[in-house]
Design a protein around this ligand. Structure first.
Ligand code: AMP
Ligand code: GLY
Length: 425
């Protein structure tokens, strides 16, 4: 098969690395990709949201499957675009159509969906310009902390957690009236604060059956001890030690099955990944959010632990034969440590020459924000490289990721040296 992956981060390099191991793969392309994906496939200079250019490439290069990494093309309807086109409609797209992508594209949609199908989640109310005064009154009725969420996509920045009532009211007005997050915050969901410890569970579904992928925990804040600004993710660990078989069984019964059944009842033919962000409160799961794609950097620890052929699984998704596919997971622990550009997640410089790749031993360096410039690999984003390692336990895996993080060099390199700090190991 000829496969096209859309996206350019660590998640997409990991997909490319894994798909390249499949005996079913003939040619692999990544649009636009990075310096890492270029080592396992061919990069093409097309943006993941340029649907017409993607169509042209797919037809001229006999592409048999399109795997979508990020949420943007899904929420914008790449899958619908394929289905509506007579030349593309039989080429499978891994990733939901627009209707399913609303699980991530609209917080309000996902809250209504969870309530309707009995999926445990924080209580909420949503507000717009027309009932902003009630929004302020609703905040007064709650106890802090206050959780305010922009309804639409806001590049991971649309959630505010505030302890002060006056500030919460001010922020609510800024979101709705002053469009703090653009049109994404013209509707705001206010919800109850959930206690507990977060983790993520990933599901691959063909719309009928599903596979529950390994659990993972990511570290979102820039600073050690989970301090400072939110980032895309600074590291991840899989599996999560407190996600016991018992807990995962609860997630399956209370979240996964009602979600898959709910999608079917809504007439949503969902083919792709569902990323379930969860709070574990004393052994009980509650859904913080759905995403309609894999997480990044969670992919860098989850996908390497899947022993089965990922392309074979994707074929099962496309043909709705996922239930026939074998699914095996590596028992070892996987960790990843993200190297970022100094200054990230605020302003940072790109184009720093990177060295030390040939020194990396016992880890896989998944490229996130890199590009090839002549003979050099240079930094090309905030998150630069995810260093994934396997181990017999968390400590063993982390020691390899950290040792290799030291061997890669570029100006203003930064990474968190405390990934996993909150887990007993
Ligand atoms: P989201 O974009 O919905 O994942 O929210 C971003 C982050 O905010 C989550 O990863 C949580 O750490 C936090 N968060 C969101 N909703 C809640 C909630 N109801 N209670 C506590 N923390 C939350
Ligand atoms: N690491 C969190 C995300 O991919 O949304």
């Amino acid at each position: 098969m000829n496969v096209l992956i859309l996206g350019s981060g660590g998640r997409e390099h990991t997909f490319a690395w894994k798909l390249a191991q499949s005996s079913k793969l003939k040619q692999l392309f990544i649009a636009p990709g990075n310096a890492g994906t270029a080592k396992v496939g061919t990069n093409i200079a097309i943006a993941a949201t340029d649907f017409d250019a993607i169509k042209n490439f797919v037809l001229t290069n006999s592409i048999n499957m399109v795997v979508v990494g990020p949420e943007d093309p899904l929420v914008k309807g790449i899958h619908d675009y394929f289905l509506a086109d007579t030349q593309l409609k039989n080429i499978p797209v891994i990733g939901p159509q627009k209707d399913g992508a609303q699980l991530e594209g609209s917080k309000e949609f996902s809250k209504i969906f969870m309530e309707k199908y009995g999926v445990p989640t924080a209580k909420y109310k949503s507000f717009t310009q027309s009932n902003l005064t009630q929004g302020h009154a609703f905040l007064e009725s709650l106890t802090p902390p206050y959780v305010l969420k922009a309804d639409g996509l806001a590049a991971g920045k649309g959630v505010l957690i505030l302890t002060d009532l006056v500030e919460a009211k001010k922020e609510l007005s800024l979101m709705i009236e002053d469009q703090k997050f653009g049109a994404a915050s013209s509707t705001v969901v206010i919800e109850e604060f959930l206690k507990g410890i977060e983790l993520s569970v990933f599901v691959l579904t063909d719309g009928n059956s599903y596979k529950i992928l390994p659990s993972a925990k990511d570290y979102k804040r820039i600073g050690e001890g989970d301090t400072g600004l939110n980032t895309g993710g600074m590291g991840a660990i899989s599996p999560v030690p407190f996600a016991t078989a018992d807990f995962i069984k609860k997630v399956e019964e209370q979240v996964v099955i009602p979600t898959i059944n709910g999608l079917k009842k809504e007439g949503i033919n969902y083919k792709g990944f569902i990323f379930i962000g969860l709070m574990n409160d004393n052994g009980n799961p509650s859904v913080v959010e759905y995403n309609v794609r894999m997480g990044d950097p969670e992919t860098e620890v989850v996908i390497p632990r899947i022993k089965s052929d990922l392309l074979d699984l994707f074929e099962g998704v496309a043909n709705q034969t996922l239930h026939e596919k074998s699914f095996e997971v590596d028992n070892r622990i996987a960790t990843t440590v993200m190297l970022v550009s100094g200054g990230y997640p605020e302003d940072y410089e790109k184009g720093k020459i990177m060295t030390g790749f040939d020194q990396v031993k016992d880890s896989i360096a998944f490229h996130a924000g890199t590009k090839q410039e002549g003979k050099n690999i240079v930094t090309n984003g905030g998150r630069v490289l995810a260093i994934t390692s396997f181990g017999t336990d968390i400590k063993d895996a982390l020691s390899k990721s950290f040792a290799n993080a030291e061997k890669i060099n570029y100006d203003k390199k930064y990474y968190r040296k405390d990934i996993g700090f909150d887990l007993a190991y």
